[in-house]
Design a protein around this ligand. Sequence first.
Ligand SMILES: [Zn+2]
Length: 508
Amino acid sequence: MSRYYLTTAIDYSNGDPHIGHAYEKVGADVVARFRRLVGEDVHFVIGMDEHGQKVAQEAAAQDRPPQELVDELAVRFESVWQRLNISHDDFIRTTEPRHTQAVQALVRRIQDTGDLYRDRYEGYYCTGCEAFKREAELEDGRCPIHPSREIAWTDEENWFFRLSAYTDRLVTHIEQHPEFIQPETRRNEILRLLEGGLDDISASRSRVPWGVPFPDEEGHTVYVWFDALPNYISAIGYPEAGFSDRWPAALHIIGKDITRFHCVIWPAMLLSAGLDLPDTVWGHGFVKIGGGKLSKSEASLLDLDQLIERHGPDAFRYFLLREIPWDRDRDFPSADAFLQQFDERYNSDLANDLGNLLNRSVAMALKYRDGVVTRSAATELDTVIDSGLEAYDTAMREHRLHEGLDAAMSIVRAANGFIDSEQPWKLAKDPAQEDRLDNVLAALVRALATTAVILEPFIPTKAAEMWKRLGGDELPSLEHLTGELPTTVPGRWDTVLFPRVEKESGGG
Ligand SMILES: [Zn+2]
């Protein structure tokens, strides 16, 4: 069984989870579930980034110990992931002892290679980014990503990492492994950045007590990114030998704003420590609503718990990946527009296309054949199912999740069109069309069973329910699907899979 280790960015502990966090976790969960569906041994890790100046400042502002703040947020994030059915195998927190030990071991190893040296840092530090900034990176004397924050001047004696020494090796690796940074736009951005050469970066902070103690250096903590990035190896047991059972990771999923840390600093740290690089870093785009400037009341419409409640967790997962391409940004003009689009998508795709197809097909199989579906020949719909499956598989393996989803839904749309054109109610009245009716009903059940399996990564609970309504037991893996197609539809259910909702306005 081939192994597939995937991770997401660990979430920074300074506020509640929002749509952007949910989008990333749901997308990663779709990848994890797809890989399990094709029979791989998946290990899926998410977690929390709990150190750094920003957390310390937030805790101080609330007059609480930072540990108390991060404990509370970890519970909050985990409860949302549970509600959204995120199927992670582990949840790593950077305040855990297993993480602290791994970071210190890695720092020591990098120190042994001679890539750390003491120097004085004098310059700007943006606590929003938790990053040092060159003068040239500022706009009007402020961080362009955090224009509302004052940027702080800092002057401290730090340990520095010889990042500049890795420029050429990184360029060579990226050029030789086009799959290393995806999608292509992100890869080009990093190559352009490397063309300009790299500065060495701080590996320690001497004025930030909330962090992993820097080995053998009283008063220093490990710089928060130097602390956060190794979560990908601390979660699988580094430096214990067993960690190499999972490492290197098949996939790091992150937001496009932190590709520099994952495609430059992290691989340079790994190279310095003599460790393998991850196969692929995927930098997804952003969900933007109202140009990123939402009023408080608008933001409250987009509360995650309410969004999950609105049409159920599966519908929210479906909507996120149906509307927001996994490789690009998506803008919604306002919170209202987002909700309206959500309601429309829910009704048209889930209640109408998918839900009705299931109802109609089950009803006809019961009415005309007492639920028993047998086939003697393939139909035009079977051809569409075969090509849909192929398109799905290709898109999903290349992480084009929105296209994989569309390939699955194209089978649903084709099946609805097939009912309209075949008119099984007419076939049922003509004794000469007995075989045709059998084949039409069998193709419809196959279309539904197939979509139940391939939609599982997107709508896990409803997909399993669909499979049961068709007479199946446990959802099979993709390779065993053909052998396990249901042959007897058990009977009607009192409820529908996705009840239609009437038009709502605003949040409700
Ligand atoms: Zn910033």
